[in-house]
Design a protein around this ligand. Structure first.
Ligand SMILES: [Zn+2]
Ligand SMILES: [Zn+2]
Length: 105
């Protein structure tokens, strides 16, 4: 059986609880080391490790140029290069604008 354990975070020096449930999880995953950091610090490091967003190249559905997107492009979803995307946004805004400014008097 596992018992909650209090550990000290390597990064911020704060104590955090390594719960019995987490210990069980760690063991089921075959992890041998206890966590070195509290959850907020782990999350921070994860976010930092991700760093600048990974970009994926795809073909722009509008102009056929290279589109770089921050997600893995899927075949069933068109992707657009930043130029076409911006153009589309502009168009959308232009189409929406008159309706928004229309007032009934
Ligand atoms: Zn910490
Ligand atoms: Zn394009």
């Amino acid at each position: 059986m596992f018992e909650d354990k209090t550990l000290v975070c390597k990064d911020c020096g704060e104590e955090f609880v390594f719960t019995a449930r987490e210990q069980e999880f760690y063991e089921s995953k075959g992890f041998v080391n206890e966590p070195q950091r509290c959850k907020p610090c782990r999350d921070k490091r994860k976010a930092a490790a991700r760093g600048p967003r990974e970009m994926h190249e795809a073909t722009c559905a509008a102009c056929g140029g290279v589109a770089r997107v921050p997600f893995i492009p899927r075949d069933d979803r068109p992707v657009y290069c930043s130029e076409c995307f911006a153009k589309m946004k502009e168009q959308e805004a232009a189409e929406e604008a008159p309706a928004q400014t229309e007032t009934e008097e």
